[in-house]
Design a protein around this ligand. Structure first.
Ligand code: GDP
Ligand code: GDP
Length: 454
């Protein structure tokens, strides 16, 4: 409990609930030993000494207040996060992913004397995918002779490598200037999502009723032709008003243009599904209530989870549902949909329009959960109670302790739990179950990553 109390230090205004706009967040990422901690200390300068006055706090800190040229920002240091020697690539990439998710801009540190490694390239791919501004720091350039090593790093495709010696301070001023250029004025975290209609994908295997549902929905309601402010819409998307609220149905061209099934069509159908899911915020997976579930159905559900999108399950063709099939359906739900018991389910008939109006509330519930942020204080109070009521089982006389947790991002909610040892998979599931019981999260996948520290 003491730990949890101690670790709530960061709560200045990180949930964005205070009057002041949240400070932009800068994450320092890179492989172990490239000099991240040295750089963090260099950037913090004397400020860190202040932190060290409070014993026990420094070691457990994740983020620090920093300032350069009168601009303040929050610095996230991944240097203290333990990385296993086994499976090191994966863990570096995982850490980088969480840090990138937390950040408004990223400093990617590479050891210029070593050059870029496979692990570096993995992180580069993550950075490219994130679309976040990146400042490339070529560290350990202690003198002019090493400048050439830095220039080689242009090949990473992250723009200009900034030659720096974090150890001696060489080049750090220029690096910080570049950082300030890259950082937005305020953080996007805790700020409401951009305005504009919410984006929904109708997905499911061929013949499940996607185009029928689209027609039913578009037929009963108004299809908006004029542009709504803040909408980025492809011609393949349709803007449909449901009960006065516009929604973007993505990739409807693919649904309307009923592609003739040929060899290999499966593969392309799957790609198209993937693309639609990625463009959407919430996906409605249609299942045929009158037919046994197939592997293709489970694959689509899995695609939505893997993409981290909100999920609604619609059992279509309910008008064809034979009461004799009911027990089989229930068993299927228990067996095939056990990993998505949190998804709202609606029974509909796209043909008759029966219950179609129930889709909208389900979509709204799922999206609210997808957007939900649990304030750090509340999250840690919840974990404190959870641990008190049901401690992690002893393992070899030892017990991993939970130090602190934070919700690193929303859409979908991602949690990072800092501990003194690995948590059993069963205990992780217990945490997820309790999180859902306590806070809801109906209709959204959530992820929990565990960071083990000394
Ligand atoms: P991290 O694991 O990425 O946080 O790396 P550290 O900051 O702990 O640094 C790893 C090692 O590299 C330490 O021995 C540092 O002293 C050394 N180091 C860091 N920056 C520099 C630098 O600019 N030049 C040189 N020569 N060594 C450095
Ligand atoms: P898609 O390939 O997923 O777009 O599926 P379609 O919308 O083209 O539907 C395939 C077939 O199922 C068509 O013959 C539809 O008329 C039929 N169908 C779709 N929804 C329903 C429903 O709710 N009830 C019944 N009885 N048939 C449906």
């Amino acid at each position: 409990d003491d730990d949890l109390a101690l670790l709530q230090h960061d709560g200045d205004d990180e949930d964005g609930t205070g009057a002041e706009a949240p400070l932009p967040v800068l994450a320092i990422v890179g492989r172990p030993n490239v000099g991240k901690s040295t750089l963090v200390n260099r950037i913090l300068g004397r400020r860190e000494a202040v932190v060290e006055d409070k014993p026990g706090v420094t070691r457990d800190r994740v983020s620090y207040p920093a300032e350069w040229s009168g601009r303040r920002f929050t610095l996230v240091d991944t240097g203290g996060w333990e990385v296993d020697v086994a499976g090191i690539d994966k863990r570096v990439a995982e850490q980088a992913e969480v840090a990138i998710a937390l950040a408004d801009a990223v400093v990617f540190v590479v050891d210029a004397t070593v050059g870029s490694t496979d692990t570096d390239e993995q992180v580069v791919r993550l950075l490219h995918r994130s679309g976040k501004p990146v400042v490339l720091c070529a560290n350990k350039v202690d003198g002019p002779a090493a400048e050439a090593d830095a220039a080689v790093l242009w090949s990473l495709g992250l723009g200009e490598p900034h030659p720096v010696s974090a150890l001696h301070g060489r080049g750090t001023g220029d690096l910080l200037d570049a950082i300030l250029d890259a950082l937005p004025e305020t953080s996007a975290h805790g700020v409401l999502r951009p305005a504009g209609p919410r984006r929904v994908a109708l997905v499911g295997r061929p013949n499940v009723g996607k185009s029928s549902l689209l027609n039913k929905v578009a037929g009963a309601e108004r299809v908006v032709v004029d542009d709504v402010a803040g909408t980025t819409r492809d011609p393949v998307d349709e803007l449909i008003e449901l009960k006065g609220v516009p929604w973007v149905f993505v990739d409807t061209a693919g649904i309307r243009r009923r592609v003739h099934q040929t060899t290999g069509a499966d593969f392309y159908a799957s790609l198209r599904t993937q693309a639609a899911i990625e463009k959407a915020e919430v996906a409605v997976v249609l299942l045929d209530a009158s037919q046994p579930m197939t592997e293709q159905d489970t694959r689509v559900v899995q695609q939505v989870i893997d993409a981290g999108r909100a999920l609604v399950i619609a059992y279509n063709k309910w008008d064809l549902m034979d009461e004799d099939r009911r027990p089989y359906l229930e068993r299927e739900i228990e067996k095939e949909l056990v990993q998505v018991t949190w998804a709202p389910r609606v029974n509909i008939s796209a043909k008759t329009g029966w219950h179609a109006e129930r889709l909208v509330p389900a979509l709204e519930t799922a999206l609210d959960s997808w957007d939900m942020r649990i304030p750090t204080g509340r999250l840690n109070a919840f974990l404190g109670e959870l641990v008190a009521a049901h401690p992690h089982p002893l393992r070899g006389g030892k017990q991993p302790r939970i130090l602190f947790a934070t919700q690193a991002s929303t859409r979908p909610p991602r949690f990072v739990v800092f501990t003194t040892g690995f948590l059993d998979p069963g205990y992780r599931r217990y945490i997820e179950r309790r999180l859902r019981e306590t806070f809801g999260f109906e209709g959204t996948p959530i992820t929990i990553s565990v960071r083990v520290r000394e």
